[in-house]
Design a protein around this ligand. Sequence first.
Ligand SMILES: NC(=O)c1ccc[n+]([C@@H]2O[C@H](COP(=O)([O-])OP(=O)(O)OC[C@H]3O[C@@H](n4cnc5c(N)ncnc54)[C@H](OP(=O)(O)O)[C@@H]3O)[C@@H](O)[C@H]2O)c1
Length: 301
Amino acid sequence: MTGEGGPRRILLLGKFGQLGWELNRTLAPLGEVIALDYPEVDLSKPEQARQVVRDAQPQLIVNATAYTAVDRAEVESDVASAVNALTPAVLAQEALASKAVLIHYSTDYVFDGKQNHPYVETDTPHPLGAYGQSKLEGERNIQQVGGNYLILRTSWVYSLRRDSFVTKVLGWARQQTDLRVVDDQISNPTWARMLAEATSLLLARASGDWLDWLHERAGLYHLAGSGFTSRLDWARAILLNDPRPAEQLTRRILPAATADFPTPAQRPLFSALNCDRFTNTFDLRLPNWEQALKLAMAELP
Ligand SMILES: NC(=O)c1ccc[n+]([C@@H]2O[C@H](COP(=O)([O-])OP(=O)(O)OC[C@H]3O[C@@H](n4cnc5c(N)ncnc54)[C@H](OP(=O)(O)O)[C@@H]3O)[C@@H](O)[C@H]2O)c1
């Protein structure tokens, strides 16, 4: 961290998540990282979040926690709302009161996916399900509190160490000769590692008084892998980068429609994010999704 008085103490919430795991590593050079996750802290209880911040006294709070079970959120909307909307409000209040910075993540699922070109930050959200609704409320709660916050909306996050679309496709390819994958859901695949790297790099870019620097740039940004694709073409790329292709049983990969796989929660069809605002502000971008996938999958044994 350049500049005077960068964050000596960083509170990272969600250290076992796809993104939180990577942040725990990329934030380390910036300051002392106090990293927590469930069950050490239950962020469906906003008052626990308040106490955790007061105990840690951080200059920077990075919230990688989320209730991300999109379908289960339809029946557990209270829990989803507590984790995704009420707790972020408390984190923003505590950050404001102690002049700390809050970095929070949101989702492309705040959009209904009816557009045919990538969404920008000023496009009107219209979530189709309880998860997207709770994440949108979280954004709005933080914005209402104000202060030094960055909300980074991202999309189709994957990692190789937790269940993700990438690990699922590799698993299906070892069980099924014909793979049917939807070709009408389109967005930006985002490797959790790259999202964490960009978060830490933007903090390292801060010059002068880092609080003032971030205050001038506070707001909502889209940040996802460059370029966009369909789930079908993403699955094809995953199979091409499989380091153990001999284990694949799949012989044909066939297009399907989202309507062929009914789920409790409706997903947006076209939810690609335009990340120009982030790039223009921080002079950083996430690499093209295919390059990032290649790098991610090169780590597989
Ligand atoms: N995954 C995606 O495709 C995607 C797409 C767009 C945006 N995002 C956003 O990106 C951010 C990071 O997502 P991710 O994929 O890294 O999520 P993730 O892997 O599901 O990680 C979320 C973390 O939050 C923890 N958590 C959930 N409920 C909690 C609670 N009540 N108390 C304490 N911790 C709790 C989880 O613990 P458990 O594992 O024990 O539940 C997990 O460690 C989130 O804001 C998410 O909304 C994700």
